[in-house]
Design a protein around this ligand. Structure first.
Ligand SMILES: [Zn+2]
Length: 456
């Protein structure tokens, strides 16, 4: 069991760049932090304008009172589209223009606003304080941002906030859907590390697998399924699990330890909804449902006589892979721009596979040891499901808001290996010539057996 506190981990993971204030009443530190980081000059408060309440009234008013002192802060409103805040080039430019000239940026909001603040503060070269208003994703406590480029979601380096303020009293008042989405993001711990381990062991990831970036989250996450705690305790467990998740990702310099098949599935659902101009559910809500599916996929991959009984010569780049990539994205973007962007990434992955032969051969000659490790990291869909259920979070695609139809869910599963250059277990099925409807049927059936899957 990890005995390092999140605040200590924040210091070590960020090399001292990030100070973490995570506790009930943490907002009381805000005024002092602003004065320390920017003793003079204007304070830009960046938010999406959605009203957030705290015991003393409106959160924006509380934040303004905390930071003002003798200074009148400048409010910068993030442009909100029909489907919320989209972190694309236009949004970044608008907020950077709004905050230009300020001595410090204080963001008040959930995941997208926090990610936006990191990008803008990096662009403008000013200090940043992030006030986290919901336990909805793990991305607050890392130096990365998820942005939209050419219609595709990409994770890019941005910067650590100088201070992350997580007032548990504020987070407790967030809409329930956000908190449940946070549980969904957290349960990726029971599938994503296996994808990362696999990529590293096969020589398909430039980093080396290191339990330091996985174990602190694995130690905390089981308590998410523990219903025998009071609400404040439960929320504390969720906040810590997510914060520690962000910190290990930040330390690793890549989201890979906590982002595998389940995240790809959520990104694919976002991209298709964005392209069609329709709404999609929160990142974490989708990740949670997809985590049950990802664990089911791993369960099938790891079964006796399954994928890992094959030989390296059985895993070859399909001759029609470019056609499949372009075809899968065609309904989302008939112009072909997205298909081209994704093909570039997939082509890099396939080229790497061809050049990694010696490590692939070595992996299969030590397969027994690798399979044992992978079984410890993933493969039981009942585990993420139990945690989701303990919080009444969605477990099926039908329970998402809006519901995802079986057709769309099946398409998204089929599309996910054809999106980016990072290898996951799905790619091994592609290389084995087994990424097909027969497999998808089995994956959805396995998820449905524990209470996940389509849900109809
Ligand atoms: Zn996530």
């Amino acid at each position: 069991m990890s005995l390092v506190s999140p605040a200590e981990l924040a210091r070590s993971s960020s090399g001292g760049a990030l100070r973490l204030f995570s506790e009930p009443g943490a907002l009381r530190h805000l005024g002092r932090l602003v004065d320390e980081l920017a003793p003079s000059g204007e304070v830009a408060i960046v938010g999406d304008g959605a009203q957030k309440v705290v015991d003393d009234g409106d959160l924006d008013a509380v934040v303004e009172a905390a930071v003002s002192g003798a200074r009148t802060p400048r409010h910068v409103r993030v442009p909100v589209g029909a489907h919320g805040v989209t972190l694309d080039e236009r949004t970044v430019e608008a907020v950077a223009a709004g905050a230009a000239g300020a001595a410090i940026i204080v963001t008040v909001g959930s995941g997208t606003v926090s990610d936006l603040g990191k990008v803008v503060a990096a662009d403008l070269g000013v200090p940043l304080i992030s006030v986290q208003t919901a336990a909805s994703v793990n991305g607050y406590a890392d130096p990365l941002s998820v942005v939209v480029r050419n219609g595709a979601k990409r994770t890019v380096p941005s910067r650590w906030p100088d201070a992350l303020v997580i007032d548990h009293d504020v987070v407790a008042r967030a809409p329930l859907a956000l908190t449940r989405a946070g549980v969904g993001d957290a349960v990726a711990i029971w599938s994503a590390p296996a994808d990362w381990y696999l990529a590293c062991a096969l020589g398909m990831d430039s980093s080396l697998y290191d339990g330091r970036f996985v174990d602190p989250v694995r130690d905390l996450a089981p308590a998410l399924a523990d219903a025998g705690r009071d609400d404040a305790d439960r929320l504390g467990v969720l906040v810590d699990t997510l914060t520690v998740g962000g910190l290990v990702i930040g330390d690793a310099g890549t989201t890979a330890p906590l982002s595998g098949v389940e995240h790809l599935m959520s990104h694919v659902l976002d991209m298709s909804a964005l392209a069609e101009g329709v709404a999609h559910d929160l990142h974490g809500a989708q990740v949670g449902v997809a985590s049950v599916l990802a664990a089911s996929l791993w369960d099938i991959a790891l079964e006796e006589g399954g994928l890992f009984a094959l030989e390296p010569a059985d895993l070859v780049v399909p001759t029609d892979v470019e056609k499949r990539v372009r075809q899968v994205w065609h309904p989302v973007d008939p112009s072909g721009v997205l298909g081209k962007e994704c093909w570039r990434a997939v082509q890099a992955k396939m080229r790497r596979w061809v050049s990694a032969t010696s490590q692939i051969v070595s992996f299969f000659s030590h397969r027994r040891r690798h399979v044992e490790t992978l079984r410890a990291l993933a493969g039981d869909p009942a585990v993420p499901l139990a945690a989701l259920r303990a919080w009444n979070a969605p477990t099926t695609f039908a329970e998402l808001t809006p519901p995802v139809s079986p057709d769309r869910a099946r398409w998204a599963l089929g599309a996910l290996p054809f999106m980016r250059d990072r290898l996951s277990i799905a790619d091994l099925f592609v290389l084995a010539g087994r990424w097909d409807d027969e497999l998808f049927d089995r994956v959805f059936a396995r998820a449905a057996a524990v209470g996940g899957g389509f849900g109809i």
